[in-house]
Design a protein around this ligand. Structure first.
Ligand SMILES: O=C(O)C1=C[C@@H](OP(=O)(O)O)[C@@H](O)[C@H](O)C1
Ligand SMILES: C=C(OP(=O)(O)O)C(=O)O
Length: 435
């Protein structure tokens, strides 16, 4: 385990800060995939620059897409993407894609590889080799695409594309990640007969992320029928080239908004989108349940913490769960988080990691079959391990604002989606009331 320790800033006075957040990982990596199969050159304005987006760019370049940085209107360069050329053929010996620990790369890119002529091998970080992959392997094989390796349901494996996929009706169990559904839908318009994808399990987690996929597909001219629960039908057709401005990452806004509650202060985030497919928009419903006041004024989200943080009872908080759990650990009444069993297959087993780290600081957290129970307990100084998980690291930072002497191990792991997190956090903390 990495041992570098980051002394989390502690604040005894209420925060009064304005913060801007880098672009959304989920939007950036979806648009990158679509740009690689579009009918012309596309442009992503103000995209995310982070490890996960770099891994996606690397994967698409390996498969023949050309991606160039050009000056944008802000600090971050825009990306101009020329799609994978028709008939692109892998060299003898095949191609290799490094997925790192990025779920969007390891799930979204293998279906794309089925459209390439030749072999593409997928591998990743040690932590990636235990994340569920079986539904992607089953889905591709169900479409007649050979996959070598991956029999045990994990990376590494090799997709042997022939440059063409017939498509048709495929059934998978996406109970362990919504990304399996999004992955197949994203490229399905390029299958000769399109795709009828059916989920065979009870429920799919993170449904908001599937809605995001469907909305984006429609915005680039792809016809998707999602009117029957657990079924998605994509018509064959072209993906129209696009020019899009990326929204900031509302899930990554979470730790900064939580900071308002942890310090009983105020945090403002300008340019909060009025219409968005991001699950992070749910902070507007979630934070009042913790006792915060939340308002959207002239496009700026303003969150002010209450006198105390109240416990919550929340279902399916998806990727927001680690930040939510950090607030629960600071709450004065019990909390229950449910519908998040699939977090055991995220960057780490997040349920086990949250329980271990909250309890190591004196907290009272326990796992349930599908979530967490977190009871009030006085927390003390100590080390908060991050398990190579960006959201564990930011959960430690939230707790550290309210509990003096917390040190977060490997804060650099936040570079997965937010490379400047330590500097952004320090800048936020320096904006205290009256400063
Ligand atoms: O499609 C996406 O961009 C994502 C889907 C969700 O995955 P799960 O369904 O595995 O939770 C989410 O947690 C992840 O951070 C991003
Ligand atoms: C689950 C997450 O990431 P990934 O895209 O790697 O699945 C996450 O960011 O919370």
């Amino acid at each position: 385990m990495t041992t570098a320790l980051w002394p989390a800033p502690f604040l005894a006075t209420p925060l009064d800060a304005t913060v801007t957040i880098p672009a959304s990982k989920s939007l950036t990596n979806r648009y990158l995939v679509l740009a690689a199969i579009a009918d012309g050159e596309s442009r992503l304005r103000a995209p995310l620059q982070s490890r996960d987006s770099d891994l996606m760019i690397g994967a698409l370049r390996v498969m023949g897409a050309s991606i160039t940085e050009v000056p944008g209107s802000g600090e971050v360069p825009d990306l101009v993407v020329t799609p994978i050329p028709a008939g692109f053929t892998a060299p003898e010996g095949g191609l290799a894609v490094d997925c790192g620990l990025a779920g969007t790369v390891m799930r979204f890119v293998p279906p794309l590889a089925s459209l390439v002529n030749g072999s593409v091998t997928f591998d990743g970080d040690p932590g990636a080799l235990v994340r569920p992959m079986a539904p992607i392997v089953a889905g591709l094989q169900g479409l007649g695409v050979p996959v070598v390796g991956g029999e045990n349901g994990f990376l590494p494996f090799t997709v042997q594309g022939s440059g063409q996929v017939a498509g048709g009706h495929v059934k998978i169990d996406a109970g362990s990640s919504s990304q399996f559904i999004s992955a197949l839908l994203l490229v399905a318009a390029r299958f000769s007969d399109g795709l009828h994808l059916e989920h065979t399990g009870d429920s799919v987690p993170s449904l908001d992320h599937i809605s995001m996929t469907v909305e984006i597909l429609r915005s680039v001219g792809v016809v998707v029928d999602d009117s029957t629960p657990k079924h998605w039908i994509v018509a064959p057709g072209t993906v129209a080239a696009f020019d899009v401005v990326l929204e900031q990452d509302l899930s990554n806004a979470g730790p900064f908004l939580a900071a308002a509650l942890a310090t009983r202060g105020t945090v403002r985030i300008p340019n909060w989108p009025t219409n968005t497919t991001q699950v992070g928009d749910k902070w507007r419903e979630i934070l009042p349940q913790f006792g915060a006041s939340v308002s959207l004024e002239a496009g700026t989200l303003i969150v002010t913490g209450g006198e105390e943080i109240r416990g919550v009872d929340l279902a399916d908080t998806s990727e927001l769960a680690p930040s939510v759990a950090a607030l629960c650990a600071l709450a004065s009444t019990p909390s229950r988080l449910s519908g998040i069993a699939h977090l055991r297959g995220h960057e780490t087993d997040r349920l086990a990691a949250l329980v271990a780290e909250i309890n190591a600081l004196g907290g009272d957290a326990e796992e349930t079959e599908d979530g967490l129970i977190i009871n009030p307990a006085p927390l003390h100084a100590g080390v908060f391990h991050s398990y190579h998980d960006h959201r564990m690291a930011t959960a430690g930072a939230i707790i550290g604002l309210a509990v003096s002497g917390v040190e977060v191990e490997n804060i650099a792991t936040t570079s997965k989606t937010m490379p400047n997190f330590p500097a952004m956090w320090a800048t936020m903390v320096s904006q205290t009331a009256g400063a």
